[in-house]
Design a protein around this ligand. Structure first.
Ligand code: KG4
Ligand code: ZN
Length: 332
């Protein structure tokens, strides 16, 4: 089954053609990051406009690279939630237009389900049930993935998402947007014990919190500057990154131990982080669990992951009508 998938939930205009839920025949991502960098973050209105300008060409390219025509695809899939509402609407309306013009079924895909499904493209042997950490710019959630379309939320951030904390900490450290990758590379030459940063104490064993950590970094930088001292950016990056990775890893593996999972999956942009990947690997080895992490290109936003999830949605009979709307936030 061939699915043409469209993703426009944030600042990447993406289209892909995916076969049978686990093979990407093409995956085109047009990033707007250079433009948003000028403003230190994603500007929603600019994102919507750039999606509208780029979506036709990106979709044509995805079909061409896959060697397919619109009439040859079996369904059109689109991310309808969660994300920037104006950005999502561009993709949803475009996908509806394609379906109306070609008489194809429309499949609505939740962005986070898509991030998880990136792993089906990368690891053909992966089947639910498994335990999954989703860590992105907007999410830090732990899910039990009971089947391809059945999810149970068991832990989540109480405030900022991990990626949001990376981006905000990066800004105060003087890195541009997006900050995660800059902190990752600076941390490589830093001392992770140089600065003492807090770890949250929460009553729930699987919930997380990153805003106290972010505030501690902001206060530390301001205090040092007021004293006329300079911080060592590499050391602060390493100390901060270690704290984030420890929080994510501790919560995920507490859940794995308690619930008895030996299949652990990671998804979302923050899973590109080199220290997190290392720590997840070490912890998995300790409990003899198998770890599945997507390759870097599939951690960030793309449409191939949407096409992968759409296959399973379609197989469950989840087909959307022309009244499909977009939602800025929606439970998985
Ligand atoms: O999944 P994603 O591409 O978009 C959302 O759905 O949010 O995640 C983007 C987030 C950003 O906050 C970015 O700073 C972070 O992922 N990120 C990283 C790394 N690469 C991207 N965070 C830490 N280390 C990285 N190497
Ligand atoms: Zn995402």
């Amino acid at each position: 089954m061939l699915i043409l998938a469209i993703e426009t939930s944030c600042d990447e205009t993406a289209a892909a053609v995916v076969q049978d839920g686990n093979e990407a025949l093409s995956s085109i991502v047009l990033s707007q990051v250079d433009e948003h960098r000028l403003y230190g973050g994603v500007v929603p209105e600019i994102a919507s406009r750039r999606h509208a300008e780029g979506i036709v060409q990106v979709t044509q390219q995805a079909l061409e690279e896959a060697g397919a025509t619109l009439s040859e695809v079996d369904a059109v899939a689109v991310t309808h939630a969660p994300g920037l509402i104006g950005a999502l609407l561009v993709g949803v309306n475009f996908a509806k237009g394609l379906c109306l013009a070609s008489n194809k079924p429309l499949v609505a895909v939740h962005h986070i389900r898509g991030h998880i499904a990136a792993n089906y493209l990368a690891h053909k042997d992966l089947e639910p049930p498994f335990l999954c950490l989703v860590a992105s710019g907007g999410h830090s959630h732990i899910y039990e993935v009971l089947s391809h379309t059945d999810f149970r939320l068991i832990g989540r951030t109480r405030d900022d998402a991990a990626g949001e904390a990376f981006d905000k900490a990066a800004r105060i450290m003087g890195f541009g947007y997006p900050g995660g990758i800059a902190i990752d590379s600076a941390a490589k030459s830093g001392n992770p014990n140089a600065y003492r940063l807090p770890r949250p104490k929460l009553d729930s064993p699987y919930d997380m919190s990153f805003s106290g950590l972010k505030t501690a970094v902001v206060n530390l930088v301001h205090n040092e500057r007021q004293k006329g001292c300079e911080i060592t950016t590499e050391d602060l990056a390493a100390s901060f990154q270690t704290a984030v990775c420890e929080i994510l890893t501790a919560r995920l593996f507490a859940a794995a131990r308690d619930l008895g999972y030996d299949k652990i999956v990671c998804a979302g942009g923050v899973c590109a982080n080199s220290q997190l990947r290392r720590m997840l690997g070490d912890e998995s080895a300790k409990i003899n669990a198998k770890l599945y992490v997507p390759p870097l290109a599939l951690c960030a936003d793309n449409a191939a992951m949407i096409g992968a999830q759409a296959y399973y949605e379609y197989m469950q009979g989840h087909v959307a009508g022309m009244e499909l709307n977009a939602y800025a936030s929606l439970a998985i």
